[in-house]
Design a protein around this ligand. Structure first.
Ligand code: GUE
Length: 283
């Protein structure tokens, strides 16, 4: 007998969240404050292009002013640093996001350090990352913030639960582990050198797949009744495929996020909300 799980509808929750953010934008407009978001895109990775287009479209729709700085693939580190300095100094820009990954000739750490920590809407500056791991409030990477909001909206409690985060990236695995810890989960981070990930997953009440391997998490990983969060956005034959084998896992998990329509839309909604948080600080 198989029981279908509840689908965590990121598309729906994100739409409601964007409406709340839109209301905050209109309140700012009454005070002549227009929230400003700058997205820096180096090169033309097709996936990044799509995300950037979505971010700008949704930002504009709710009244956020946004600019995209498109730079060629062969841009030097010095040239990119110059663009970031201009955005740091621009009073119309509240949030700066540098789309990752960057081309090989550019050192990621150098670039992330150059973004004004007070405009670091992605939360990737070491200052904000350090605050996050110290358990202090501040700017948080959007995907991790979006996942926490999705769990909260479905009243899924985290305190005291065993959470397994598969993947240790700067943009998802590490910050999400920090937020789950701050919410009093018992957190394990699995990575490419971890032995027997399936066995760890079988102990977990919450499993987050953020490693970038299509359909990596299968039903034998899952404890019945677990919560499964799929961060994967893999293109396979032109189709978007998550890191979770949805069809097999859905019959065992209590809650599961779909791809598309799960974590992706929450990521963008979190980015917009944080941009408006920053604009509110201007007053
Ligand atoms: N500095 C930086 N910040 C990021 O937040 C960042 C980044 N770099 N680099 C790339 C990843 C990827 N990412 C996604 C955002 C939205 C969707 C999204 O909206 N996905 C839709 C489907 C979109 C589609 O069909 O392709 C969904 O899942 O429903 C996906 C992926 C943000 N990233």
């Amino acid at each position: 007998m198989s029981v279908m799980s509840t689908i965590l509808d990121g598309k729906k929750v994100a739409a409601a969240w964007r409406l709340e953010t839109q209301i905050r934008v209109s309140q700012l407009l009454e005070h002549q404050v227009v929230p400003g978001l700058a997205v820096v895109l180096v090169g033309h990775d097709p996936a990044s292009e799509i995300y950037v287009r979505n971010k700008v479209k949704q930002a504009t729709k709710i009244g956020i002013y946004s600019v995209v700085k498109r730079l060629p693939e062969d841009t030097s580190e010095v040239a990119l640093l110059q663009v970031i300095r201009e955005l740091n100094a621009d009073p119309e820009i509240d949030g700066i996001l540098v789309q990752l990954p960057l081309p090989d000739q550019i050192d990621e750490e150098t670039i992330l350090l150059a973004v004004d920590p007070n405009k670091d809407v992605d939360g990737f500056h070491p200052y904000n990352f350090g605050r996050l791991w110290s358990g202090q409030r501040g700017l948080v990477p959007a995907t991790a913030a979006g996942i926490m909001k999705l769990l909260a909206d479905y009243r899924i409690s985290v305190a005291g639960k065993n959470a397994l985060v598969i993947g240790r990236s700067l943009i998802v695995g590490r910050p999400l582990a920090a937020l789950l810890l701050a919410a009093n989960a018992t957190v394990t981070i699995a990575h490419s050198q971890t032995q027997n990930v399936a066995q760890l997953a079988q102990q977990a009440d919450i499993v987050v797949a953020a490693l970038g391997v299509p359909k990596y998490v299968t039903s034998d990983f899952i404890k019945p009744g677990a919560v499964v969060i799929d961060v994967g956005t893999n293109r396979v034959d032109g189709k978007l495929v998550g890191d979770v084998d949805f069809d097999s896992v859905a019959s065992k998990a209590a809650f599961i996020t779909p791809v598309p329509g799960g974590v992706g839309p929450m990521t963008i909604a979190a980015l917009l909300s944080q941009t408006v948080d920053l604009a509110q600080k201007r007053q």
